[in-house]
Design a protein around this ligand. Structure first.
Ligand SMILES: Nc1ncnc2c1ncn2[C@@H]1O[C@H](COP(=O)(O)OP(=O)(O)OP(=O)(O)O)[C@@H](O)[C@H]1O
Ligand SMILES: Nc1nc2c(c(=O)[nH]1)N=C(CO)CN2
Length: 203
């Protein structure tokens, strides 16, 4: 017995796929075959800061659709945006990854990783076990407050620019220019490389 599963082009039971759905599927397919590059900033100033940063890198790598490509050195940094001496020093690092996730899903994953490390959200710029920010995603520029790209304060933060520059001296922050020039402007004050410490790419 031969069964036919293929609907002919004029089969009246087959509904046409709306153009908007075709566009969405095409866009997802393009991303899947063309992973995007994103730069992520990691910070911690409570608990075991180094272990937490490494744990965050490993958790990001464990995300389907995410591959970590490069990890910066570790920097000990003065808390930015708060009264001097009011918080412990941070450890900061930057990672470059390739991802097939759209920006909104990458942000969701960043928040899940923060929560896994017991990040508490109370006051703005409060001390935290872990902060995971999306510094940039491909060349996207978007002022949506839920996910602003590039990160709205990355260009004025030496704790982001110094690790990124030392890992990728030619790096560019979309819409803002060369990271080297931005770093010259903010200076490396309060940002100390911890050459005795190391983060590594996940195994
Ligand atoms: N590029 C981005 N990366 C991460 N979060 C972002 C970004 N753009 C906007 N947000 C939004 O900012 C909100 C607050 O983020 P978060 O609690 O990490 O702020 P913060 O670390 O205290 O301060 P800052 O935003 O200055 O780094 C997030 O819930 C998120 O929706
Ligand atoms: N040094 C330093 N200061 C900060 C940091 C950080 O990661 N490092 N994160 C903040 C909120 O994102 C606020 N201030």
């Amino acid at each position: 017995m031969t069964a036919s599963f293929a609907a002919g082009p004029s089969d009246p039971t087959v509904q046409p796929v709306p153009a908007s759905v075709v566009a969405q599927v095409d866009a997802a397919d393009t991303t899947l075959h063309n992973p995007k590059r994103a730069v992520i900033s990691l910070g911690a100033n409570l608990g075991n800061r180094l272990e937490t940063l490494q744990g965050a890198i490993d958790a990001l790598e464990d995300t389907p659709g995410v591959r970590i490509k490069a990890v910066s050195g570790v920097y000990e940094t003065e808390p930015w945006g708060v009264e001097p001496g009011s918080q412990p020093a941070y450890f900061n690092a930057v990672v470059v990854l390739k991802t097939t996730l759209p920006p909104s899903s990458l942000l969701e994953r960043a928040h899940a990783v923060e929560e896994a490390f017991h990040r508490v959200r109370d006051e703005r710029w409060g001390a935290r076990t872990l902060d995971v920010d999306i510094v940039s995603y491909a060349d996207v520029i978007d002022d949506d407050p839920h996910l602003t790209l590039p990160h709205p304060r990355a260009h004025e933060r030496a704790f982001v620019l110094a690790p990124w520059h030392d890992m990728e001296p030619e790096a560019q922050l979309p819409g803002r220019g060369a990271v080297a020039v931005l770093l010259d402007a903010v200076t490396r004050d309060g940002v100390t490389p911890r050459k005795d410490l190391e983060l590594h790419l996940p195994d």
